[in-house]
Design a protein around this ligand. Structure first.
Ligand SMILES: C[S@@+](CC[C@H](N)C(=O)[O-])C[C@H]1O[C@@H](n2cnc3c(N)ncnc32)[C@H](O)[C@@H]1O
Length: 186
């Protein structure tokens, strides 16, 4: 798994230990079919790494490619400080990325097919029905509202455990829920 991550190190900001933990869940616990969805892809490295771990699947990559929306009080002080401290090495230009990076990463991977859905989650997700159930839903949009938007639209499409192969929910943001003030179902 480390070798997969290495291939995409210029395309992901996810720390290696966390990326490996996510890929291990994909390798060991993903249902044998179903699509893979990542919300908050940045340069697409984690989607590509998941594709190499579970080759041949359909991938849906959601992002504004305009960076993070403004943090709110719901995200907690750490999130507000992050967006104020533009000189921090962790700032990454507020997570802005060229869409072409994500395209390049996912094309390099073993994805069976892919779709990049560009736009703010509250515009692209409501009412969206994916053509197949979700095996892996990885949420990396960081903020509370971004995450809740994704959960509302996509969590109902994650494969239920009815066939003994429940879909898996990965990550759910690096500041969320650690920094968030509200519970997930608020
Ligand atoms: C932490 S980065 C994602 C990191 C990425 N998964 C990787 O492998 O490095 C967060 C991403 O979420 C996106 N994002 C956050 N909130 C969003 C929203 N409401 N709508 C669309 N994109 C959003 C940002 O544009 C950014 O690319």
């Amino acid at each position: 798994m480390r070798s997969i991550i290495r291939l995409y190190e210029d395309f992901t900001m996810v720390p290696t230990s966390k990326a490996i933990a996510n890929l291990a869940i994909c390798a060991e616990r993903a249902p044998p079919n179903g699509c893979i969805v990542e919300c908050g892809v940045w340069r697409g490295g984690m989607s590509a790494a998941m594709a190499d771990t579970l080759p041949g699947r359909a991938h849906y990559l959601f992002d504004s490619f305009e960076g993070l929306p403004p943090a709110t009080e719901n995200d907690g002080q750490a999130a507000l400080d992050y967006q104020r401290t533009k000189t921090s090495p962790a700032y990454f230009d507020n997570c802005r990325a060229e869409r072409s990076f994500a395209e390049q990463a996912i094309r390099m991977s073993a994805a069976g097919k892919f779709e990049l859905i560009q736009g703010w989650f509250d515009k692209t997700l409501p009412g969206l029905k994916l053509p197949e159930p979700i095996a892996i839903l990885r949420l990396d949009g960081d903020w509370y509202e971004s995450t809740v938007e994704c959960l509302n639209s996509l969590y109902p499409q994650v494969m239920s455990g009815g066939n003994n192969h429940p879909g898996r929910l990965l990550h759910v943001g690096w500041l969320f829920p650690r920094g968030a003030r509200l519970p997930l179902n608020a």
